[in-house]
Design a binder for this molecule. Structure first.
Ligand SMILES: NC(=O)c1ccc[n+]([C@@H]2O[C@H](COP(=O)([O-])OP(=O)(O)OC[C@H]3O[C@@H](n4cnc5c(N)ncnc54)[C@H](OP(=O)(O)O)[C@@H]3O)[C@@H](O)[C@H]2O)c1
Length: 279
């Protein structure tokens, strides 16, 4: 077993990973930032590099690969390397997705982590607020209109800063979160139309929202350059959300952090002030 205390952050160049790495570093925790383009090279399709990334590691933050499978072997390697704690980023209500083909990759990763003998915790956040300024919805908003296959079912958007705060807490509080699955949401649910209305107000721009069908959305995403399979994957999430099972808020973020989640209004004010939706 290793006596070292490095935290390996996978997906370290991504939206959650880079925020988590920064939080750990300011606390003085040794961080190994890993992904295909990060200082420590890590590729889910190249297990040959995994052992070097896992050396002297106490805890790992895992962002699942986009295909089901590799996390099982990764967990076995982590156990052999003396890792003590795993924290997996999953998605809201992953055990309610049922027969949907959405998230087979994430469900496989959950299965691997939850079967492991290590101390594990699963984080299942709702849709990130930052999808509106760092994700697929950003470019359409800058152009003036967002069109999605979502209508009246509200979504309890969570601020990624809260996801990162929760992950940093779980990674640094041994024992307290072992075997826990946290469903992380914002403090209230709002429709995509209401979200765009708030973004429009905060940015001072006339932005519109329009509901389209899942097939139309796939067409839009493919036209924007996404592969057909990835586009279908994203549209399937909206079909799942329309079932209404992911719409309620939870108290899990307060359970982890002892405070309420950030509001969507706080997010739009911050992002608008930073010029996120400027034309
Ligand atoms: N967006 C949402 O609303 C939402 C909500 C709940 C859960 N989630 C979950 O969040 C996850 C994405 O997390 P995120 O937003 O933090 O990441 P992200 O911004 O989508 O970035 C993906 C990260 O994974 C790395 N990566 C991509 N392919 C890789 C490969 N083959 N091997 C190793 N690393 C690879 C990328 O870095 P390199 O390119 O450098 O390799 C990057 O650091 C997904 O599993 C999604 O299901 C998202």
């Amino acid at each position: 077993m290793s006596n070292n205390d490095i935290t390996l952050v996978l997906g370290a160049s991504g939206k959650t990973g880079r925020r988590i790495a920064a939080r750990l570093r300011v606390r003085g925790i040794p961080v190994r930032a890993a992904s295909r383009s990060s200082p420590t090279p890590f590729d889910w399709s190249d297990p040959g590099g995994w052992d070097a990334a896992l050396r002297d590691v106490a805890a790992v933050y895992v962002v699942a690969p986009s295909v089901p499978g590799p996390v099982h072997e990764f967990v076995a390697r982590a156990e052999s390397a003396g890792v003590r704690r795993l924290v997996l980023l999953s998605g809201r209500g992953a055990d309610t997705w049922g027969d949907s083909t959405f998230g087979l990759d994430v469900r496989s990763a959950e299965d691997a982590v939850r079967r492991s003998a290590l101390e594990w915790t699963v984080l299942r956040p709702s849709n990130f607020a930052q999808n509106f300024d760092e994700g697929l919805s950003h470019a359409p908003l800058v152009a003036g209109e967002l069109a999605l296959p979502a209508d009246t079912v509200p979504e309890p958007f969570i601020d990624i800063e809260d996801v990162a705060d929760a992950a940093a807490a779980v990674l640094t509080e041994p024992g307290r979160h072992a075997g826990r699955i946290y469903e992380l949401t914002g403090p209230r649910a709002l429709t995509f139309g209401e979200a765009v209305e708030l973004i429009s107000r905060a940015s001072g721009r006339p932005l519109t929202y329009r509901r389209i069908s899942p097939d139309e959305y796939v067409g839009t995403l493919v036209a924007e350059g996404l592969g057909e399979g990835d586009a279908r994957h994203v549209a399937d999430l909206f079909v799942l959300m329309e079932r209404g099972l992911l719409a309620a808020t939870t108290d899990d973020l307060a359970t982890v952090l002892g405070r309420a989640p950030r509001t969507f209004e706080e997010y739009v004010v911050r992002a608008a002030a930073a010029g996120a939706w400027r034309r």
